[in-house]
Design a binder for this molecule. Structure first.
Ligand code: MTE
Length: 318
């Protein structure tokens, strides 16, 4: 993985001017939407560990494509519609997140509160959807472990469960019967083990391309787990619960034979209805002007995460 400001960074991106660190930070500090974004650290984190998993040859997907080719079933199953439908979904700093379960500092916190606990930074991650397309996305946000350490889970906490807002007035896709057979049990729910949540790659995004996260990408905060299929990266989070028992995630509940709890990117375990060996890399507006490239185990982040699954049969625990 690479960060803005890495010496090698410019080889990553065609948008070198944008990704010039000085410009980026200037842009953020002028345009920062969240007061917390520039917090006590002054600017967003300047240094970061050098994760070996990121292939510096990965080209960024354009801002347009990242924000106009979305999976957000609360709006629509169509990939282009969420961008249009989310125009009026612009949550602000007063967005509330309930933190509950096996945790010392349970409570309801605004995004503004949460941003005071963490240091923000930018990270470029590959996003591999279970549908066999992928993108390379420059997120801004914070490492999930910072939030977790702040709220102090108890020794009983073995999993973390996340939920998306349930409000059919905001999300028409949640109205009963909207998608027929595609309808999901709302609210969209996801979960990870505590070790996964504490892994340095696990990230909460509050922005993309240096701007506040748009509605269609999961405003105002969403999970990003780059070594797992994209459906684990739950959007518009309102609940974070620490549990003893493994949470039941939405897609696993809906189609257990197709979508497992772990959902680690794995080119050797095919989806029952299609191969996972390759992926269509989407970089630009043509959406289909894509290269087919081999899919990497753990989406190329094995050095950082493979140890989490030692001894686990990944064909069974898919
Ligand atoms: N979160 C919610 N709440 N609802 C969804 O439909 N789709 C998931 C994930 N998070 C989804 C969600 C899927 S399948 C993918 S691939 C990613 O979001 C897509 O993220 P993006 O639209 O920002 O690219």
């Amino acid at each position: 993985m690479a960060y803005c400001g890495d010496e090698k960074e410019s080889s990553v991106t065609p948008e070198q001017v944008f990704w010039n660190r000085r410009n980026f930070i200037k842009q953020l500090s002028i345009g920062a939407v969240y007061a917390g974004a520039t917090g006590s650290q002054g600017v967003w984190a300047q240094s970061a560990p050098d994760y070996s998993g990121h292939d510096l040859k990965d080209q960024l997907s354009s801002e347009f494509v990242v924000t106009h080719h979305n999976n957000f079933y609360e709006f629509s199953t169509d990939k282009q519609k969420p961008a249009k439908m989310a125009k009026s979904f612009q949550p602000g700093n007063d967005w509330q997140v309930e933190i509950s379960g096996e945790v010392e500092k349970a409570g309801r916190f605004t995004l503004e509160n949460i941003l005071k606990w963490v240091e923000q930074e930018e990270r470029i991650y590959r996003l591999r959807c279970v549908e066999a397309w992928s993108m390379v996305v420059p997120w801004t946000g914070f490492q999930l472990s910072q939030l977790i350490k702040h709220v102090q889970p108890t020794s009983k906490a073995r999993y973390v469960e996340f939920k998306t807002l349930r409000d059919p007035k905001v999300f028409p896709g949640q109205k009963r019967g909207t998608f027929g057979m595609y309808s999901l049990p709302w609210p969209y729910t996801e979960g990870v083990t505590m070790q996964e949540a504490l892994n340095p790659l696990a990230f909460i995004a509050t922005g993309v391309y240096g701007k506040k996260l748009p509605g269609q990408n999961g405003a105002p905060l969403r999970l990003v787990l780059p070594w797992k299929y994209g459906f684990k990266s739950i959007k518009s989070i309102v609940s974070i619960k620490f549990t003893e028992k493994q949470p039941i995630s939405t897609w696993n509940k809906r189609l257990p034979n197709e979508y497992g709890f772990y959902a680690n990117v794995n080119p050797k375990v095919d989806h029952p209805r299609w191969s996972q060996a390759t992926e269509r890399r989407i970089t630009n507006e043509s959406f289909l002007g894509v290269k087919k490239i081999p899919t990497q185990m753990f989406n190329g982040y094995g050095n950082e995460v493979a140890h989490l699954y030692k001894g686990l049969d990944l064909t069974k625990y898919f």
